[in-house]
Design a protein around this ligand. Structure first.
Ligand code: CAO
Length: 420
């Protein structure tokens, strides 16, 4: 088997919930030895959250912690802290996403970590960055979406701010941290030194909302945003409004009803009117006369009747399922896609073929579906395995650090560790 790119990299995964675990899971997929350090009393909270089978680790946990090992140890006990010191002295990377100040309170400040291991890369996720006036806050997904600009710009203009179903605050921040950690590993090859890599959830959401920051400046310069549904008939205030399903770039689009929409909440496609493809688009939707008509043949001419045009396209879509519509439109090079439900995605043969959705065997559960690597490599294919049981590797890790059987038994007796 090909050696995985990150093999030999030792990662201490002191993370919980989603943001941190998403980052370390990917390090594990790509070959790092990722050791999850968890509280003896139950471990990562997601083990118990939203369980679908009594007494079995929840999917929330198994889908974020595959390919890792687990050490369950009370790191607040003197013995636990000593174990952490030994692990840190020998590690390449430590990742954490506890509440602000928690690591310092445990005796694991950045200064201490550096003293123990100057080559260590210390990855940290917080809700807000150090310079924020909110840097003491505990933060979950939707808090970050609201603070980072996603909520104020998502939804419809006559409804409240709306959060996305995508984990823009959690997994997305984990991916940002991952980029930072890999960058720091490359820099360490050059300098021999580790460093602290911080990613805040607000910053990571904002980074994905950059087009809205673009729009804010355009709005302030000209007073309107021509690609938003509010233009030209509605009103603009002084901040970027919610634009419904409008395309975020220069190509207008909308979610359009297909056959069956009355009963199927996902019988829709996203349809883009691509400027350079107007002639073919007009033919595709049964209005070839619009192709050369000056009232329709430029984006500017179409702007004030864009919803009329979308209405005409919906008439054309009325007798076609979303799949049939896309099959026709792809021949006319219309950028479009069916609105996919989670059920359809879970059963999609091409996502299974590509390994983007994989079936994994999990101890105590049997097989379950999870996401595979969304990045594909020509030189290797990551193998997605199960997640560890709480403390599954406790004894093996302690023995590896030089503790003898009596000492390990003593740890168990004092309830400093759990597992086998
Ligand atoms: N042994 C002993 N104690 C441990 C331990 C271990 N192995 N692992 C954790 N703890 C302790 C922590 O030190 C902390 O103790 P103190 O509060 O006494 O310092 C305590 O457990 C709880 O830590 P926590 O960070 O998990 O606290 P929480 O559940 O109240 O908050 C969260 C959770 C997510 C809101 C908070 O961690 C946070 O804001 N993190 C940063 C932002 C973030 O990553 N959010 C993502 C959430 S979803 O992906």
């Amino acid at each position: 088997m090909t050696e995985l790119p990150l093999s030999g990299i030792k990662v201490i995964d002191f993370t919980g919930v989603q943001a941190g675990p998403a980052c370390t899971q990917m390090l594990a997929w790509y070959g790092a030895d990722v050791l999850k350090v968890e509280r003896p009393g139950g471990g990562d909270v997601t083990r118990k959250q939203l369980r679908d089978i009594p007494d079995v680790d929840a999917l929330y946990f198994t889908m974020l912690n595959s390919n890792k090992r687990s050490l369950a140890i009370d790191t607040k006990s003197p013995e636990g802290l000593e174990v952490m010191e030994k692990l840190i002295r020998d590690a390449d990377v430590l990742v954490e996403n506890f509440a602000p100040g928690a690591l310092d309170r445990m005796g694991l400040s950045w200064e201490t970590l550096q003293k123990w291991n100057p080559r260590l890369i210390f990855g940290s996720v917080k809700g807000f960055n150090d310079d924020s006036t909110w840097n003491d806050l505990k933060v979950y997904e939707n808090v970050a979406q609201c603070a980072g600009g996603a909520a104020s710009t998502t939804g419809f203009w006559d409804g409240p701010p709306t959060v996305s179903g995508a984990a823009l605050g959690d997994s997305n921040t984990g991916m940002h941290l991952l980029i930072g950690i890999l960058t720091a590993l490359i820099q360490r090859d050059k300098t021999g030194k580790g460093q602290k890599v911080s990613a805040s959830m607000q910053d990571a959401v904002l980074n994905l909302c950059r087009v809205k920051l673009r729009d804010q400046q355009r709005l302030e310069a000209v007073g309107y945003l021509e690609e938003y549904p509010q233009y030209p008939h509605g009103e603009f205030g002084d901040t970027v409004p919610r634009g419904g399903n409008a395309g975020g770039g220069g190509q207008p689009g909308w979610v359009l009803k297909c056959k069956g929409w009355e009963t199927d909440p996902n019988a829709y496609i996203y349809f883009t009117i691509q400027e350079q493809n107007w002639v073919r688009t007009a033919e595709a939707i049964g209005h070839p006369e619009w192709a050369e008509d000056p009232a329709y043949n430029t984006a500017k001419a179409r702007q004030d009747k864009i919803f009329e045009i979308f209405g005409e396209i919906e008439k054309w879509l009325a007798d076609k399922t979303k799949y049939e519509a896309v099959d026709i439109l792809r021949k006319w090079e219309v950028p479009c896609a069916p609105v996919m439900s989670m059920k359809e995605l879970a059963n999609d043969p091409s996502l299974r073929k590509s390994g983007s959705i994989v079936e994994v065997d999990q101890k105590g559960r049997g097989s379950f579906l999870t996401v595979g690597s969304p990045v594909k490599f020509s030189a290797f294919q990551p193998e997605i395995k199960g997640a560890p049981l709480l403390g599954e590797h406790t004894d093996e890790v302690l023995a590896g650090l030089g503790y003898d059987a009596d000492q390990i038994e003593d740890f168990h007796r004092k309830k400093i560790v759990v597992g086998s």
